[in-house]
Design a protein around this ligand. Structure first.
Ligand code: ZN
Length: 275
């Protein structure tokens, strides 16, 4: 069962996925994936806000070395390994002097619209932190133990061979995990594990269950400001949404829940956003 740790202050970890602008189409067409794609101008505005309001954008490694536990600390993470990280997000991060943690789904390396091994290497040389986002992006809590181990160890070794160093950071695909997934991740050699549990990361929290806030296409600038300023209402609302999701999964089962969620998403899009 999920535990809610509404600590009063700590580090805010943000999750991004895909970026696009008028001249760089993301190649993302599925509506449920498109919900995670944001225009690069929105990303730039958000980064500009962090810079202008003296937030300290840090990496997890810097946090572990310097232990700057300030409630102005922000860690930027980008999941999946889409090529728009290189073509669009990197210039913006450079513009503000920010580094990000990139979590790569290794089966997608070198496939159309995703980062090549050479670009992952280059991003690492430019100061970005690289971690695993498993091998195939299957939800780990659905898999048996041997499959979880394959997902976690093969992605780890593939990234290690590209970068020539050990990979010890993992972001769990879809934020879907349980105790068994965490245990296998730890035995596979991961020391820092990011989830999608909605909370700030406090100094007493577990480094194997680091919470994060997802920034989506429909996250308004106002909501972004509330997230980074650690407005308790945001955490409460998101926490309630997560709790409701767990209750519904408990009632209907996972397969039916995701079917309902997908239908609802498509319906909403059709009724309100279809042009
Ligand atoms: Zn993902």
């Amino acid at each position: 069962m999920r535990s809610f740790s509404f600590v009063t202050s700590g580090i805010v970890v943000l999750i991004y996925h895909f970026f696009e602008d008028e001249s760089h189409s993301s190649g993302i067409e599925k509506p449920d994936e498109k919900a995670y794609m944001i225009h690069i101008d929105s990303f730039r505005n958000q980064m500009k806000y962090l810079k202008e309001h003296d937030f300290q954008v840090i990496t997890l490694d810097e946090l572990s070395k310097n232990a700057v536990w300030t409630n102005r600390g922000v860690i930027i993470t980008i999941d999946d390994g889409h090529d728009s990280i290189y073509s669009l997000a990197l210039p913006v991060l450079n513009e503000f002097g920010f580094k990000a943690e990139l979590f790569i789904t290794t089966d997608w390396i070198d496939s159309p619209d995703y980062l090549s091994a050479a670009r992952i290497k280059e991003l690492s040389h430019k100061g970005m932190e690289i971690g695993s986002h498993a091998k195939s992006h299957k939800f780990l809590d659905d898999l048996d133990e041997s499959m979880i181990a394959v997902e976690l160890s093969e992605s780890k070794s593939k990234l290690s061979s590209i970068l020539g160093r050990t990979i010890e950071t993992l972001a769990i695909p879809g934020g879907k995990y349980n105790k068994r997934v965490l245990e296998i991740a730890k035995t596979s050699g991961y020391k820092r594990i990011f989830t999608s549990k909605c909370s700030v990361f406090g100094s007493n929290d577990n480094w194997c269950e680091i919470p994060r806030f997802t920034i989506m296409r429909d996250t308004s600038f106002d909501e972004f400001k509330k997230i980074v300023n650690q407005n308790p209402m945001v955490r409460w609302r998101k926490g309630m949404r997560d709790l409701l999701r767990e209750i519904l999964i408990g009632l209907f089962g996972k397969t039916l829940f995701y079917k309902i969620q997908k239908t609802r998403f498509l319906l909403t899009k059709h009724l309100f956003h279809h042009s």
